[in-house]
Write a protein that binds this ligand. Sequence first.
Ligand SMILES: NC(=O)CC[C@H](N)C(=O)O
Length: 197
Amino acid sequence: MGIKIGVCALQGDVSEHIRAFEAALSLLGEGGDVFPFRKAADIPLCDAIVLPGGESTTISHLLKKNNMYGPLRTFKGGIFATCAGLVLIGREVDDPRVEPLGIMDIAVGRNAFGRQRDSCEMAVTIAGDDQPFCGYFIRAPVIVSVGPEATPLCYADHIVGAVQGPHMGLSFHPELGGDLRLHLLFLERLRAYATAP
Ligand SMILES: NC(=O)CC[C@H](N)C(=O)O
């Protein structure tokens, strides 16, 4: 038994997320099931969902086609959204081809680092952690503004991570590189929100 983590596998980097969450659960000495899903009916069966990086206009189109907007908006667990996933999870995005889910109170700008930084590694500061995190940014979005419901979590020139309840949205790819601090923090917060009265 244990926690059930579903990785939305319509498009994007799915296997890296599965490996990273499996490694985080094994560090915690916990059982659990981390699996790809492609059907809306699988969403309410999960405790947590990963919205991976990929191409947000494509993922938005596929979420619509597979009737996933409704079940994601009413999902009771935590969502771990990276890169294209971050573009989708906010309340506002600067591209009309993406329909935002409106789950986190953030506004997101796509491809915000510009061409010369299409893909790079940058030191990310995580609030409450004095060790920098090596962030892999791949045509990454940024968080342009954080509303009162959400809290900034990560910084690298811009705000590149935020949390809201059990949800975490990140501009970069923490599933690459083997540093599991953000996965562990997500699981810790998920547990805290699941057991909150
Ligand atoms: N690595 C990524 O997920 C890139 C996201 C992409 N630039 C988008 O907005 O869809």
